[in-house]
Design a protein around this ligand. Structure first.
Ligand code: GDP
Length: 184
């Protein structure tokens, strides 16, 4: 008997935006995820960076992230809606050594909850987890906030490559795959 024909693999594309205070490590997380690199001395990029990376969910489905890094422009508040308009998912980053960066992340999350697509998937990332001796935001505090707001949450280190691919995979698993367009 002939084997049943297999459906062709799906490549589904989603827009992902990064938000958060300057210098929390947004670009570093993208660089780690897309190129598996880290640069201690990197200077903030000027202008929007735009990269893509894929995550294989199983043998029939691959998610392609179109990643928008605001690259410093988050300081110009009025530009932000341009980034998160039509975004399927957002990673809001803070630095575990800077409590004020968590407050800033919360402000971004409130803005996304008010203004972005109501189905947007939001992940909170506590970056620079390698700087344990300088930790100033307890994991439990951020985790409790994320649970209350129904956000995905992970602590990451772009430097040590900790939980970076896990962060993006966790988001990919929450995406509404059935309603997505096939990417080229
Ligand atoms: P952005 O402005 O949010 O995009 O932040 P950058 O990616 O430019 O990073 C700001 C600074 O933090 C740079 O000096 C990075 O090398 C550093 N950095 C980023 N991620 C980490 C991390 O996970 N651990 C440590 N120790 N430093 C990091």
């Amino acid at each position: 008997m002939a084997a049943a024909a297999r459906a062709p693999p799906r490549l589904l594309q989603f827009k992902l935006v990064l938000l958060g205070e300057s210098a929390v490590g947004k670009s570093s997380l993208v660089l780690r995820f897309v190129k598996d690199q880290f640069d201690d001395y990197r200077e903030s990029t000027i202008g929007a960076a735009f990269l893509t990376q894929t995550v294989s969910l199983d043998e029939s489905t691959t998610v392609k992230f179109e990643i928008w890094d605001t690259a410093g422009q988050e300081r110009y508040k009025s530009l932000a809606p341009m980034y998160y308009r039509n975004a399927n998912c957002a990673v809001v980053v803070y630095d575990i050594t800077q409590p004020s960066s968590l407050e800033k992340a919360k402000a971004w999350i409130r803005e996304l909850q008010r203004q972005a697509d109501p189905n947007i998937i939001i992940a909170l990332a506590g970056n620079k987890a390698d700087l344990a001796s300088r930790r100033a935001v307890p994991s439990e505090e951020a985790q409790a906030y994320a649970s209350e707001e129904n956000l995905l949450f992970l602590e990451t280190s772009a430097k040590d490559n900790a939980n970076v691919s896990e962060l993006f995979t966790m988001i990919a698993r929450k995406l509404p795959l059935e309603s997505a367009a096939n990417a080229q």
